[in-house]
Write a protein that binds this ligand. Structure first.
Ligand code: HSE
Length: 424
């Protein structure tokens, strides 16, 4: 018999408590021993007592749960950085195994948590922290263990993917779609973490710690949100055979350097990620043995995240019983992510210029001086004396692209740089 203590009974906590109760016999048959929810820490005991039929023990003192000597596994579902991080650390010090869906805590404090867990001989399972119902953590840790993952691209934030999909399919502005998403409850009242890509960056930092085999500092990951994406760029992308997605990208280069970044990206509309629409998430990767590979599913929501958290509880029970060495074999160093200036990418640039002789020459000169080579270029007239020029470059370094943009900004005939989007 394994006793578990749950911290937090919000949306996911409620799902976990209900599924463990409803499927208790099924789970006991699968893992060979019963799992008992011994106690649950919540803010408001009375509110929760009335919502669960079972004979559950509630407390408003989470420290009582993490200090209970009879509890084997702590399931942390409070969310946010504090007090969740301190409770996890205390539970590990008390010799308890951990299941958590907390991306912020694992992203910022994974190094400390996994090192301490290793010292204490306990396991920390984090499937629910990335992409909800998609089993990306176990897949990377176990099923793809034979691979060197050369390249990974993920749509790992449902809110922004919903907004970009609505903009592309219904030709509606960013702010209009965001307001509607908030009304419908898809986007948070404060959408900063999703829109400005903090959420996706936390998740990417966790994914890369698995594919690169070491921890990374989340602040080294380049981050750019979707608030500057316009309908005009989406329409140009469609005409040119591309789709704009907020992508989390990681690459391990042959020279040993590591890349990790999150930003709006134009990808070929034939790429499998281009057809991931609405609030769905997907992670595509290329492994040296498996080749191209993709997982697709619901990245958030009560039952999809419950699926991940309950899987962790059951896998943990199996691994404790089997004394599974693989389960605790994570590496524990930090590696450096290459700064964004060193990254090489193709770029889409949209600029407004005077519609007069010599402007193309100026653009060619400024790009040439910056070692930026043009792959393709289009011009449309947008006013009596204004032209809109859209171009896609060959792969260039970010540093050279920035140099080119700075030169263009101060050149005669160039009115405005409207957008700059990386192309994969
Ligand atoms: N807010 C996230 C999303 C879900 O929109 O994908 C929780 O990580």
């Amino acid at each position: 018999m394994l006793n578990i203590g749950i911290l937090g009974a919000g949306t996911v906590g409620t799902g976990v408590i209900n599924v463990l109760h409803q499927k208790s016999l099924e789970f006991e048959n699968k893992i060979g021993s019963p799992i008992k929810v011994k106690s649950i820490a919540v803010k408001n005991i009375e509110k929760h007592k009335s919502s669960f039929s079972d004979n559950l023990i509630f407390t408003d003192k989470p420290e009582n749960v993490v200090n209970d000597p009879e509890i084997d596994i702590i399931v942390e579902l409070i969310g946010g950085e504090y007090p969740a991080k301190d409770l996890i650390i205390q539970a590990i010090k008390n010799g308890k195994h951990i299941v958590t869906a907390n991306k912020e805590v694992i992203s910022k404090h994974g190094y400390e948590i996994f090192n301490l867990a290793k010292k204490m001989g306990v396991l920390v399972y984090i499937e629910g922290s990335v992409a909800g119902g998609i089993p990306i953590i176990q897949t990377l840790k176990r099923d793809l263990i034979a691979n060197k993952v050369n390249s990974l691209m993920g749509i790992i934030n449902g809110t922004t993917n919903y907004i970009l999909t609505e903009m592309a399919q219904k030709k509606r502005d960013f702010s209009e779609v965001l307001q509607e998403a908030q009304k419908l409850g898809y986007a948070e009242a404060d959408p900063t973490s999703d829109i400005e890509a903090y959420d996706a960056t936390y998740k990417l930092s966790i994914i890369v710690s698995l594919i690169f085999g070491n921890h990374v500092k989340v602040e080294e990951i380049y981050r750019e949100g979707i608030d500057k994406i316009s309908i005009r760029d989406i329409e140009y992308a469609q005409k040119l055979g591309y789709t704009i997605k907020l992508l989390a990208i990681a690459k391990h280069h042959d020279d040993g350097s590591y890349e990790a970044r999150v930003h709006p990206t134009m990808i070929n509309s034939e790429h499998p990620l281009a057809s991931v629409n609405g609030a769905f998430n997907a992670i595509w990767l290329n492994g040296d043995c498996v080749g191209d590979f993709m997982l697709y599913g619901k990245g958030a929501g009560q039952l999809p995240t419950t699926s991940a958290v309950v899987a962790d509880i059951l896998n943990l029970a199996i691994d404790i019983k089997a004394k599974n060495i693989l389960a605790s074999s994570e590496s524990h160093d930090y590696i450096k992510i290459a700064p964004i200036e060193k990254i090489t990418s193709k770029y889409y640039v949209r600029l407004s210029t005077a519609d007069q002789p010599g402007v193309m020459g100026i653009i060619g000169r400024d790009l040439g001086l910056s070692e930026v080579s043009i792959n393709s270029l289009w011009q449309a007239n947008t006013g009596e004396d204004t032209a809109e020029i859209v171009l896609i470059t060959h792969p260039v370094t970010e540093a050279n692209m920035n140099k080119a943009i700075n030169l263009l900004k101060s050149s005669e005939g160039i009115k405005q740089i409207n957008s700059l989007i990386r192309v994969e």
